[in-house]
Design a protein around this ligand. Structure first.
Ligand code: SAH
Length: 220
């Protein structure tokens, strides 16, 4: 049995490493990662590894992303307290909780119903009442609460799904891994209302599980 204070200690160490080894600078992102109990988002037998810096299996052939990738993507997303956020690929719900710490409201879509169910009960137990998880193909977005100030896709896409770009608010930003089924690059889209343009910037290499669905990859 690992006691709560030991998890808190490990979490502080993780945050220091994100700062020192991965150059994460955003104070709000670091504070959120220092707060969310990552060990509650993995299976009990993996809890002792929850604050190590690698991805871990969460069942259904999916993984909880590495803390460094969660931190990097959240930094790139530049979430403000008044923002409405859409997340695609809830997985364990860990990134969802981080977004819940930073934004006013978070909608998150997960295509595997079992994972969505687990994330919903976890986030409810932890008191995240500003986040809403639904089992749905996220490549279609979620028109009912659009437009969104920020959209984060946590699975690798062949290209940015058109419905997601269409659901960005003026001044909005979409962060998405784009590329092949195994390796992608983080891409940032900024929607400039005045210029009526979407600016696209390509960043670092990442490895995500595939975004499957109507505007993503085929199932296999
Ligand atoms: N950020 C999550 C990990 C996400 S892994 C965490 O930290 O736990 C990517 C997730 O995207 C997987 O759970 C996968 O089932 C989901 N996914 C894949 N395609 C999807 C789609 N079209 N819509 C919603 N979720 C999708």
């Amino acid at each position: 049995m690992i006691v709560a204070s030991e998890f808190a200690y490990q979490r502080r160490r993780m945050v220091r490493r994100l700062e020192k080894e991965f150059g994460v600078r955003d104070a709000r992102v670091l504070a959120a990662m220092g707060k969310v109990p990552r060990h509650r988002f993995v299976r009990p037998h993996l809890r002792s590894q929850a604050y190590s810096l690698h991805a871990l299996p969460i069942g259904e052939a999916q993984t909880i992303s590495q803390p460094s990738v969660v931190a990097r993507m959240t930094e790139l997303l530049a979430v403000e307290p008044e923002h409405g956020v859409l997340e695609i690929g809830t997985g364990s719900g860990y990134q969802t909780a981080i977004l819940g710490e930073l934004a006013r409201r978070v909608f998150s879509l997960e295509i595997v119903p079992g994972l969505a169910r687990e994330a919903i009960s976890r986030l409810r137990d932890l008191g995240y009442d500003n986040v809403k998880v639904q089992a749905f193909d996220g490549t279609l977005g979620l028109a009912q609460a659009a437009p969104y100030d920020r959209i984060l896709v946590a699975a690798g896409a062949p290209a940015a799904p058109r419905p997601l770009l269409a659901q960005l608010a003026p001044g909005g930003r979409l962060v998405i891994p784009e590329g092949g089924r195994d390796v992608q690059q983080l891409v940032v889209y900024d929607y400039d209302k005045l210029a009526q343009t979407v600016r696209r910037r390509v960043g670092e290499e990442v490895r995500f599980v595939p975004l499957v669905g109507r505007h993503g990859w085929d199932k296999e």
